[in-house]
Design a binder for this molecule. Structure first.
Ligand code: ATP
Ligand code: MG
Length: 137
């Protein structure tokens, strides 16, 4: 069954949005197969966002991801990679539709509260980066 990596970033955890976000995935019908709180190092954040290393905001983004607890999760279900991104909404919360997580709960791109894998390959790589196989139920 298809799986994706979803993370609530430090701003989402700090703002107390864990239950709100987790419940949206649960209510949709996706299955939670792994979950843990982690404070990633900057080096780990750089690995997670390695595709963006040429972008001007890369360093600030990695500093931010490593600035506090992140709720790392794996969700499972038919179409979960693409539909998870739909639940999350557009990268820039100014462009996210109301009804999406970023549309309802965030304002600026640098504090957009949640990450979701953008395709099957990145889902596989990100799950392997954040979790050991035995942590997945
Ligand atoms: P994520 O990978 O976090 O799920 P995404 O796939 O919607 O987000 P990406 O293009 O992968 O978007 O960008 C990764 C993250 O980098 C964004 O979520 C956002 O926090 C940050 N980011 C993207 N564009 C900008 C920007 N122009 N300025 C500042 N930060 C940005
Ligand atoms: Mg992305």
């Amino acid at each position: 069954m298809e799986r994706t990596f979803i993370a609530i970033k430090p701003d989402g955890v700090q703002r107390g949005l864990i239950s709100e976000i987790v419940s949206r995935f649960e209510r949709k019908g996706f299955k939670l197969v792994a979950i843990k709180l982690v404070v990633p190092s900057k080096e780990f954040a750089q690995k997670h966002y390695h595709d963006l290393k040429e972008r001007p905001f890369f360093s600030g983004l990695c500093d931010f991801l490593s600035s506090g607890p992140v709720l790392a999760m794996v969700w499972e279900g038919e179409g979960v990679i693409k539909y998870g991104r739909k639940l999350i909404g557009a990268t820039d919360p100014q462009k996210s539709e109301p009804g999406t997580i970023r549309g309802d709960l965030a304002v600026v791109v640098g504090r957009n509260i949640i990450h979701g894998s953008d395709g099957p390959e990145t889902a596989k790589d990100e799950i392997a980066l954040w979790f050991q196989p035995k942590e997945l139920v």
